[in-house]
Design a protein around this ligand. Structure first.
Ligand SMILES: *Cc1c(COP(=O)(O)O)cnc(C)c1O
Length: 813
């Protein structure tokens, strides 16, 4: 938008008055931040209204992205960038004696997600707006986001994330758009003429209230909507019936039992607990979301039979898979369609993204639990299952009872959500080439055989405007100076950098930018933890959820072995290294929490040992989230992407690091493979087992971790050090980790890949010493990262799954 510095200052002074009723000099940073937020909302409001009006009047096809998590982080800087008023606002505030950086620090992260899955949803929201695709998000407004992680005595301790205490300036509560979601009760069937009808009676009603956040596109006038639902009591404060009987306290209890539904985000990544409250959350936001889609659809005045020509619904993993029976319920019971018509519409509307093949992450619900909580929905699932089994027998002519049993949606009293999602949708996609291949040839092979055209790949992407433009402004400015600003809208253009690959001036400039980012991070680490790190050392980072399959323990075992070498020979000539870890463990995941304690214990030992001459430092940065990631990633030299091959569906952290010039140290897993294909094998450092080797070991059981440990001194030394009193911790402290490696035969092949990993780390050291070589690799990574922009990913979803066209808007502010 067009805005001059003086116009902005005038607007801002008025906004301060309006929001805080104080003189600007007397306001706190929070008041200043809120005033800026309110002013931005004013600027955004007209664009938002215009976007919605255009969609409605032109009957645009719209997609609704259903996700249990949206890990959006902060909005302020992103919105300033996308309105292209960042510099004007920064200058205007400066003239008023206010620092934009200080206000940006006041904003708290909207941390309504665990990790990659939630962050993907947030990147997709931005990408839909920025590519002019009519697409909205639908999720849950958790009162408590993902817990705040603190490290106390080296252990992870969880604290609640009360992100709403200071209010959330970006959201609009819309009580007039509240809907009712029904739980429990029973279903009465009756005849109406000659049709069978169903009535859900004696239910518990919960009011779902939407909170809308505008999602701005980059310089394109599009503002889509992220709608998050909150559970509230029907009669706002009291259950009057109880109250009038003098049952004052129990009236509050009932209010509590409703509001608990959206109190907390479950803190598990890639693990399902199967709790009733979680099932309630899933139905709650799916039902509320679909009901509100019907309200919007009805305003278009289009016949119901054409529903799927105007509406697409995407489900991010199986958490929103109840969208299938809920859409069926509304079409059958409320719109009065027959089964075949309702099924045709439902399957044409819904598409599904699979995020994992790990069995502990696959959702299943006890049928009896679902029937009690959602009686009508469960009847519909039963009927979908019955018809699906019929089709296996009479359309696909299957006679193998065991196979039919395995493919069924309901098996052994459990409802399998992935099967429901596959049967009830027209598209099933994996999130990287390897992952999709594994779905087609192994995990979902039986479904691929009957529905080959449903399966497709959509490799994940990231929001380059956040991870490059906002997170690394110096690199952005420098790149712009070299190749122009075309990459902001069309990031593939970053490839133009390749012509500077051997240019010493460019290499040195890129080195200096990285060095400055490293100095900033070193300062941050010193202020937070009192640990001094050398900005000339290699910044080697592993930042992601802590999980055995991601193998932070492989990393720290290598650190131990490097330490042993330095102890044996303090003059060993290696480049100094700083290993930086960050990530949260699920609170109930004991071994992952012990891995954190292991990292912090090794860090304490190494950082306080002066005999190794500061050649090695280890840091664990607490509370990994979008904000911390944005500080860390621009300062990384090495990106650790070392999951057991076949386990990481895609990874997106790998793409963010690459875009900021880090060299990927990787197994051939997930999108690492695509990164290798982009940059070439010379610009990535690979090691470890490949997926087929992993599968073979699982199949023939020929891997013996204990034997490997006994016959490999390098492995034996570091594993023994975990439990022989070498570390400054109780001897038994890390026994559970050693048990996983030896007694339980190292399910994730940490020991098997150890030597190959150490070799790869040695190569990293050699390359780093050759500065022109290293900077050439780094530049190549930046240049080749554009294809991983979520803009391209989203355009593929839009054209090949949702069948939606771009809708460029020319409305001007
Ligand atoms: C990108 C991102 C992730 C995902 O990281 P992976 O390395 O792909 O697991 C998790 N958390 C945050 C905060 C992120 O920004």
């Amino acid at each position: 938008m067009k805005l001059s510095v003086s116009e902005f200052k005038e607007d801002y002074i008025a906004a301060i008055k309006g929001t805080s009723a104080r003189q600007i000099e007397d306001t706190t940073p929070l008041e200043r931040y809120n005033a800026l937020g309110e002013l931005m909302k004013d600027y955004i409001g007209n664009l938002w209204a215009n976007t919605n009006k255009t969609y409605r009047e032109e009957h645009s096809k719209q997609v609704y992205y259903f996700s249990m998590e949206f890990l959006t982080g902060k909005f302020l800087e992103n919105n300033l960038t996308n309105l292209s008023i960042y510099d004007v606002v920064e200058q205007g505030l400066k003239e008023l004696g206010i620092s934009l950086d200080v206000l940006a620090e006041v904003e708290v992260d909207q941390g309504l997600g665990n990790g990659g899955l939630g962050r993907l949803a947030a990147c997709f929201m931005d990408a839909m707006s920025s590519t002019s695709i009519p697409g909205h998000g639908c999720g849950i407004r958790y009162k408590n986001g993902l817990f705040e992680q603190r490290i106390i005595d080296g252990y992870q301790v969880e604290f609640p994330d009360r992100w709403l205490v200071n209010n959330n300036v970006w959201e609009y509560k819309r009580p007039n758009k509240a809907v009712i979601v029904k739980f429990n009760g029973r279903v009465d069937t009756y005849m109406d003429g000659d049709t069978l009808k169903f009535a859900h009676v004696d239910y518990d009603a919960v009011r779902a209230v939407p909170y809308d956040t505008p999602i701005l596109g980059f310089e394109n006038n599009t503002v889509n909507t992220l709608r998050l639902w909150s559970a509230e009591e029907i009669d706002d404060i009291f259950d009057f019936e109880n109250f009038s009987r003098g049952n004052y306290l129990s009236a509050f209890e009932k209010k509590h039992s409703v509001e608990i539904i959206t109190q907390i985000l479950y803190p598990n990544d890639a693990y399902e607990e199967g709790k009733l409250l979680r099932l309630k959350q899933e139905y709650f936001f799916v039902s509320a979301g679909i009901q509100s889609i019907f309200t919007t659809f009805k305003k278009m005045g289009v016949p119901i039979e054409q529903f799927s020509e105007h509406i697409a619904m995407h489900i991010n993993d199986t958490h929103p898979a109840l969208a299938v029976p809920e859409l069926m319920r509304i079409l059958l019971d409320e719109e009065g369609l027959d089964w075949d018509m309702a099924w045709k519409i439902t399957t044409s509307c819904i598409s599904y993204t699979n995020h994992t093949i790990m069995s502990e992450a696959l959702e299943k619900w006890p049928h009896f639990m679902m029937r009690d909580l959602l009686p009508r929905i469960t009847m519909i699932i039963d009927e979908i299952n019955r018809r699906f089994i019929e089709s296996l027998k009479y359309v696909y002519l299957y006679t193998d009872e065991e196979k039919i049993h395995n493919m069924a949606i309901i098996k052994d009293g459990m409802v399998k959500m992935a099967h429901l999602a596959i049967v009830g949708s027209h598209s099933v996609n994996g999130v990287a080439k390897l992952h999709t291949e594994i779905l087609k040839t192994k995990e979902l092979k039986d479904f691929y055989n009957i529905y080959p055209t449903k399966f497709n790949n959509k490799t994940n992407g990231i929001m380059h405007r956040h991870w490059l433009l906002n997170a690394n402004p110096d690199l952005t400015d420098y790149v712009e100076g070299l190749i122009g600003d075309g990459f902001k809208k069309n990031p593939i253009v970053l490839r133009d950098l390749l012509k500077y690959r051997d240019d010493k001036v460019v290499q040195n400039a890129l080195f200096d930018i990285k060095h400055k980012n490293k100095e900033n991070l070193a300062k941050f680490i010193y202020e937070k933890q009192g640990v001094k790190i050398d900005p000339y050392s290699i910044f080697d980072m592993q930042a992601k959820r802590i999980h055995e399959y991601k193998r932070q323990h492989l990393n720290i075992l290598h650190v131990l072995s490097l330490y042993n070498k330095l102890k044996a020979n303090p003059n060993l000539d290696i480049p100094p290294r700083t290993f930086i870890f960050a990530g949260k463990s699920a609170p109930s995941y004991y071994v992952a929490k012990q891995i954190i304690k292991l990292i912090t214990t090794v860090a304490d030992m190494i950082n306080n040992d002066t005999s190794i001459k500061n050649k090695l430092k280890v840091v664990f940065l607490p509370n990994y989230g979008v904000s911390l990631a944005s500080k860390m990633i621009p300062a990384a030299d090495v990106s650790e992407q070392i999951s057991t091959a076949s386990k990481e569906a895609s990874g997106t952290g790998n793409m963010k690091f690459m875009m900021n010039g880090a060299i990927t140290l990787a197994t051939l897993d997930g999108a690492n493979i695509e990164i290798m294909n982009e940059v070439g094998e010379n610009n990535i450092v690979l090691f470890g087992l490949k997926d087929q080797e992993v599968f073979k070991y699982y199949q023939d059981g020929s891997y013996n971790a204990y034997e490997l440990y006994n016959t490999t001194p390098a492995i034996k030394q570091v594993v023994d050090q975990l439990v022989n009193g070498f570390l400054p911790a109780a001897k038994e402290e890390f026994a559970p980790i050693v048990d996983r490696l030896l007694r339980f035969n190292d399910e994730f092949f940490v020991l098997k890949d150890f030597e190959s990993y150490c070799d790869a780390q040695e190569r990293i050291g050699l390359y780093y010493r050759d500065k022109p070589h290293w900077m050439k690799m780094s530049l190549t990574n930046i240049a080749c990262s554009g294809v991983f922009s979520a803009d391209y990913t989203i355009e593929k979803y839009a054209s090949s799954i949702w069948n939606i066209n771009r809708k460029p808007l020319d409305f001007k502010l």
